[in-house]
Design a binder for this molecule. Structure first.
Ligand code: GGG
Length: 415
């Protein structure tokens, strides 16, 4: 029987605002790189988002999760629209997908890309991967509101931290750190949050202790925010709860030049459900419709998706293409340039000309069994494109653990 062409079925949810602009731009780049590397992408488009909510009262159809379940991955743009409450857009689409498909790791690499200027005077060595817990923690539907409309009205918001949930995300961070600088910084707030964060610290420490050569620092989230600004080069892998990881990734992405550059992978590391790839940024209604949104976060998220699907060479090619466009000075307005979204994508396409790659050389594995980079396992030092997608620290000397003045290591706290 002749070999089948490789083919990946991707569910697309462009969503709201600039999602409608950066997703088509990224898809053009992904189609070009797939043609160049001899595999096909079947896009299944879903018009889900706030417009649908306004007409149907739902961000996605009742069977939306079923529609996504048999795809190879999900490619999401942005959610959020003026006039629709933010908790409706998030809890009606993004969070149910993350939870239904046990995408318990949200992986967010940030580094300074060629030709991009940091707002910091000395961003030296900013090359960080945030491993954000993605399905529990502070993002929790347990709670409620009582005495609505009365002076004694009250809202109760619970947070849920499970041993299983903390262990699995800490393991992921440890394995990643073992291939990088060997340092995991864990974001905590165990001085103020009396139950959840001491438990988080305890479980993270237990997990990391099982990894010889990987060091752990527990750093209070406020001190960690300051350290990210003042000494970004002292950070490498950060493991954080859902809320802390969300906030830190916006901060550190801005320090690397623009939140528009930052990608994110919602990973189901066990690979028994599809994973979802999206930029870190939201729908940016202030610039939506102007064609000036930075598509790099979306394109880079697409490269992470290819890497996850085992298309490591194509992923590396795509990262190299947008890096080269940035390096030669084509930039969107968030980076001080004047290029539009489509113009930037055109420049990337110009670097992805077809090469003679046979589409019929590799047998098609079922995607569930396909062994792309397995993020739950340590990767060899120069594995495929992992270095280029997450940062190139594999080629850098390990960073020494660093502590800022006044910053406390929670393990050593005596007060
Ligand atoms: N790129 C998807 C998006 O719109 N993100 C905005 C957002 O508010 N995300 C919240 C989260 O990542 O938890």
């Amino acid at each position: 029987m002749p070999d089948q062409p490789r083919r990946h079925v991707i569910d697309v949810i462009a969503g709201d605002g600039i999602g409608q602009e950066v997703v088509p731009a990224a898809i053009r780049c992904l189609d070009a790189v797939s043609a160049r590397h001899g595999f096909g992408i079947v896009w299944r488009d879903h018009d889900w988002g706030s417009d649908r909510y306004r007409s149907d009262g739902r961000m996605m159809p009742a069977d939306g999760l079923d529609q996504l379940a048999d795809g190879d991955a999900i490619f999401l743009g942005a959610v959020g629209a003026p006039g629709v409450p933010d908790h409706v857009t998030l809890w009606g689409l993004l969070i149910p997908i993350r939870r239904a498909f046990l995408q318990y790791v949200n992986l967010r690499p940030v580094r300074i890309l060629p030709g991009v200027r940091s707002p910091l005077a000395d961003p030296g060595g900013l090359d960080v991967v945030i491993v954000r817990e993605n399905v529990e923690g502070e993002y929790c539907e347990a709670g409620g509101r009582i005495y609505a409309g009365r002076p004694e009205e009250c809202a109760i918001q619970e947070a849920v931290f499970t041993r299983t949930g903390i262990e699995r995300v800490a393991r992921f961070a440890a394995e990643l750190a073992a291939d990088r600088a060997g340092l995991v910084v864990s974001a905590t707030k165990s001085n103020g949050m009396i139950h959840s964060m001491p438990f988080w610290d305890e479980v993270v420490s237990e997990v990391i202790a099982g990894y010889g050569g990987v060091h752990i620092e527990h750093v209070l989230i406020d001190a960690l925010a300051a350290r990210a600004v003042l000494k970004p080069g002292s950070l490498d892998v950060i493991v954080a709860s859902n809320l802390f990881g969300d906030i830190l990734s916006d901060l550190i992405a801005a320090l690397a030049g623009s939140i528009g550059l930052a990608p994110s992978a919602n990973l189901n590391p066990d690979r028994d459900h599809p994973s979802m790839f999206e930029p870190v940024h939201g729908s940016a209604p202030d610039i939506a419709g102007q064609g000036i949104a930075n598509p790099v976060g979306q394109i880079w998220a697409g490269a992470m998706m290819l890497d996850h699907l085992g298309e490591t060479a194509a992923a590396a090619d795509l990262v190299a293409a947008f890096e080269s466009v940035l390096a030669e000075g084509t930039r969107t307005p968030d980076l001080g340039g004047s290029a539009g979204t489509a113009e930037f994508a055109d420049a990337v396409l110009g670097r992805l000309a077809p090469t003679p790659v046979s589409a019929y050389t590799v047998p098609t594995p079922a995607h569930r069994d396909q062994k792309g980079p397995d993020w739950t396992r340590p990767q060899p030092p120069n594995h495929g494109t992992t270095g280029s997608l997450l940062g190139s620290s594999a080629e850098q000397p390990p960073k020494a653990p660093h502590r800022m003045q006044g910053e406390r290591n929670v393990e050593n706290l005596t007060e």
